[in-house]
Design a protein around this ligand. Structure first.
Ligand code: MRU
Length: 350
């Protein structure tokens, strides 16, 4: 039975945004209380908090914090100033649409209430309430995705996963890895092959930590070994998360997902994307418009603890890739197992 205790990845604590610093895992469990917008942005950029749903929740709480810290009495001018901070938070990382979605959701609540004459004090409370709702909803969405996804796994399932898509990537439930947790909770057996996920090793550091904590057996493998795994061992499903899904189903996720998807198709293993509807960007017809974050080449040139490549070496470090919709067997959302065209029905619901 997995450890059912939810990981408190990100929470609101006395005016601070409290995060579990994921750069310190698995060696240490250290919580950081982020006191300003600048501190939140820095934490998102350096992946102290990461994973699309988790940075969405963090962004929403950061707007509530900016609202609490921004002075003024005239609502329109005050919102415009809060919105400047919100924009900076939304820009901290470009690919996961959840960040922009959550930040915009809090800001639009402020404009709506200001239009009905709410005071700045009331708006501050509303911003926090909306951010807290996004956090609570995220937990419910994880549970719903887990339930829908678990039905795809056999009684004794062997799964390949990439990056970290567990509680650490959300407010605490998980997307793709949450499906495995739910399957085990239901009494199924699961064995997880976890790609290490170069260069920042979310698989090696975080997925293994979560699986160990939950008592689920696993094997860690180098990213380059996953095609051979799919070729030589019985794997029932590849389960991955998403940072942004376009209207046609093209899916941006951690760099390396495309290679796994191509190998899965070649060896006839179904690949499911597990993501809440807040990771869908139906304004984009296809994946070509998805902004792909490129990070510091130093992350590739080094291995934790030291430099690997010689001085003067260059590197290319895209943090995400886009898997064409045709390589995906289904998108597990809070609504069920979906396929394009995705119906837009307004607010995300649990
Ligand atoms: O760079 P990261 O660690 O934020 O990338 C995270 C991923 O790519 C996850 O697979 C994605 O956000 C979905 S997680 C629920």
């Amino acid at each position: 039975m997995p450890d059912l205790e939810i990981i408190e990845t990100v929470r609101w604590r006395d005016g601070m945004v409290r995060i579990l610093d994921q750069t310190r895992l698995p060696a240490e469990e250290v919580y950081l209380d982020l006191a300003t917008t600048a501190e939140v942005i820095e934490a998102i950029r350096r992946l102290a908090v990461r994973g699309a749903p988790a940075i969405g929740v963090t962004g929403a709480l950061a707007v509530a914090q900016a609202a609490a810290q921004t002075g003024g009495n005239a609502a329109p001018e005050w919102i415009a100033r809060v919105q400047e901070s919100a924009r900076a938070v939304a820009d901290a990382r470009p690919t996961a649409v959840n960040l922009q979605w959550a930040v915009d959701r809090v800001v639009s609540v402020l404009w709506r209430a200001a239009g009905s004459g709410a005071s700045v004090e009331a708006l501050r409370a509303l911003a926090l309430a909306e951010a807290q709702s996004i956090l609570e909803e995220d937990l419910a969405l994880s549970a719903a995705m887990g339930a829908h996804g678990a039905s795809l796994l056999p009684q004794d399932g062997r799964v390949l996963t990439h990056c970290n898509t567990g509680g650490l990537a959300t407010a605490g439930g998980g997307t793709a890895l949450g499906v495995v947790f739910e399957a085990v909770r239901q009494g199924k057996r699961a064995f997880v092959y976890a790609n290490e996920t170069r260069p920042l090793l979310q698989g090696a550091r975080l997925t293994t930590w979560e699986l160990q904590r939950a008592g689920i057996p696993f094997a860690l493998l180098c990213d380059g070994a996953s095609a051979w795994l799919l070729r030589t061992r019985r794997i029932d499903a590849v389960l991955v998360g998403a940072d942004r899904v376009a209207a046609n189903g093209d899916t941006a996720n951690k760099i390396g997902t495309l290679s796994v998807a191509l190998a899965a198709r070649a060896f006839k293993v179904p690949l499911y994307v597990v993501a809440p509807r807040s990771s869908f960007d139906l304004s984009l017809a296809d994946g070509q418009g998805i902004p792909i974050e490129e990070r510091d080449p130093e992350e590739v040139l080094s291995w934790p603890g030291g430099r690997v490549a010689p001085e003067g070496a260059e590197a290319w470090n895209p943090a995400f890739d886009v898997t064409p919709a045709g390589l995906v067997s289904g998108w597990v959302t809070e609504r069920g197992v979906e396929r394009p065209p995705f119906i837009e029905t307004g607010e995300t619901e649990a």
